[in-house]
Unconditional design. Sequence first.
Length: 238
Amino acid sequence: MSSEQLTARWETFLGKLKDRFNEIISHAEAPMDDIISGLQYDTVAIHNVLTGLKNQTVQQLSQKGQEGWSKMQAEMLKSLRFFSQDKEYQKLMDLIQWMTDEFTRFEVKTFAKAARKVLENVKAHIDEKKLHRCTQCGAELPIKIFSFVAVNIKCDSCGSVNTYQPDDRIRAMEYYVINHLAEEHALEEKIKGEKDKEARKEYYRKYYGYLIENVPDKKEFYERDLNERLNNPYFHQL
Ligand SMILES: [Zn+2]
């Protein structure tokens, strides 16, 4: 077999793995939408399905790629022609990177879709009036609907102090809704950040920026978290 034929065969093989990846993901979309429409107040079911799907795509197809590479190497040795092994192997590495990135996109977008569904359910469930009225006089209290922490609020009308305790479903939203939407907001920076330190910092800023904006009650907590991440020694290594 000529070196051109061998290279062409290798590329066809990699192309088939890529097609298989796309096929599995596109077939997963409709059943995934069904699961999302059945969600209530968390996204655990989605997490489990995605784990299985990642194994079926990124992991198994990468493994097939490595097996194919062993055969390709054997062929290259047999052919006794000059080959740049690095160049051919890089094609597999590029495919694996591509699958990893594409899967991250699919994962983050799926979670964001699920988050919007959970948000819809929570909104349908909460009685806004009941949550935001003073227990003593019934006057409206200045509190944001998605406060995730317990807060004491003094009623402007009667002066009594009300302790606002968020519903468990609202507490759960911090993780199952806001977190997923923040990931979606910072998706491309997240992907670039896997390979680039500056992009990773940008990802943290965008991710926490979203949380700070949407959960102002926990602003200080998130800012501290963000600063810890940005000051991680990892970023100071050359
Ligand atoms: Zn009052």
